[in-house]
Design a protein around this ligand. Structure first.
Ligand code: CP
Length: 332
């Protein structure tokens, strides 16, 4: 049976990630996690941040545990930061090279998982192009194994959502009166989904999702968000602007997608376009960036950019999540 045969409904998936006492057992989606838990994870992550140029935070909270990174889609930031996060917590970290693994010989993803379980892997960090894969793995692993979603199709990227929330909180502190503009290919973006879910839980003032009509989200997937196709409307007085790349790998037919020049002219985040945002606007991008398409280089590298801070926060957030699920393992 393929791991995608039993795609779960989002509410079932949300329930799957908490144990009977409400503790985080798997991290599959931010949907369904309450404000107190999200805030606790962000607080934990902040404790793992150290000043630039100083040594990174370390602990031995995962000593003796094994974390496996299983990335069935490309990644730089998420994979490297889970690798560093596990090592900085004292875990053994296995980075499975998917291209030379037995999946290339037709082994199912669940057989790969069972094989790693038999080697006493405790945490599996999974990125996959198909919706439902992390949840299906979570339903099939032994009770002591934790599954962390590191990017699931266009559906969910919960640790990215957490690092985005942390970055916003570091600059804005209060979410309740914030205007956040997410710009780009919203329809195919798991980053937009997780950020929107987390921001809704934390009680954001206004969430604007701006894209060409061909890349607009299903309004039912993100209730409460204002969906726009005009960048100036979306950027007016915005406190936070998040630029997204076009997820070409998820778009079968590129018909209706604007050409690069046209896209940058209408939806690119440039110094000029940012003039109508709030004076202290911060500019985010999850990476990888396509400079000159969704964001101008001078903005990406400029004083309002918090893009490298997002990367730094990614390690801290992943340490916080790994530490949290390891507490449940220890309690068993
Ligand atoms: N933001 C993000 O998921 O980046 P990677 O694809 O490099 O992991």
């Amino acid at each position: 049976m393929s791991a995608t045969d039993e795609t779960e409904k989002p509410d079932e998936e949300a329930a799957l990630q908490l144990d009977a006492a409400g503790n985080l057992r798997h991290l599959l989606t931010l949907k369904g996690l309450d404000k107190a838990l999200l805030t606790d994870i962000l607080d934990d992550a902040e404790r793992y941040l150290t000043l630039p140029g100083t040594l990174p935070a370390r602990s031995q909270s995962l000593a003796g545990r094994t974390v496996a990174n299983l990335f069935f889609e490309p990644s730089t930031r998420t994979r490297a930061s889970f690798d560093l996060a596990g090592k900085r917590l004292g875990a053994d970290v296995l980075n499975l090279d998917v291209n030379t693994s037995s999946r290339k010989k037709g082994e199912s993803i669940l057989d790969t998982i069972y094989t790693l379980e038999a080697m006493q892997v405790d945490v599996m960090v999974v990125r996959d192009a198909s919706a439902g894969v992390p949840a299906n793995i979570a339903r099939n692993v032994q009770e002591h194994v934790c599954i962390l979603n590191a990017g699931e199709a266009e559906v969910s990227h919960p640790t990215q959502g957490l690092l985005d929330l942390l970055t916003i909180r570091q600059h804005k502190r209060s979410f309740s009166d914030l205007k956040v503009a997410i710009v780009g290919d919203i329809r195919h973006s798991r980053v937009a989904m997780s950020a929107s879910q987390g921001l809704a839980t934390l009680g954001i003032g206004e969430l604007r999702l701006i894209s060409p009509p061909s890349l607009a989200p299903d309004p039912e997937s993100l209730p409460g968000a204002v969906i726009l196709d005009n960048l100036d409307e979306g950027l007016a007085d915005a406190d936070v602007v998040m630029a997204l790349r076009i997820q070409r790998e998820r778009i079968g037919n590129l018909e209706g997608i604007p050409a690069i020049d046209q896209y940058f002219a209408n939806f690119g985040i440039s110094e000029e376009r940012l003039k109508i945002a709030a004076p202290d606007v911060i500019v985010m991008h999850p990476g990888p960036m396509n400079r000159g398409i969704e964001i101008e280089s001078v903005v990406a590298d400029g004083p309002r950019s918090v893009i490298t801070q997002q990367v730094t926060n990614g390690v801290a957030v992943r340490m916080a999540v790994l530490d949290r699920v390891s507490r449940i393992m220890t309690a068993r």
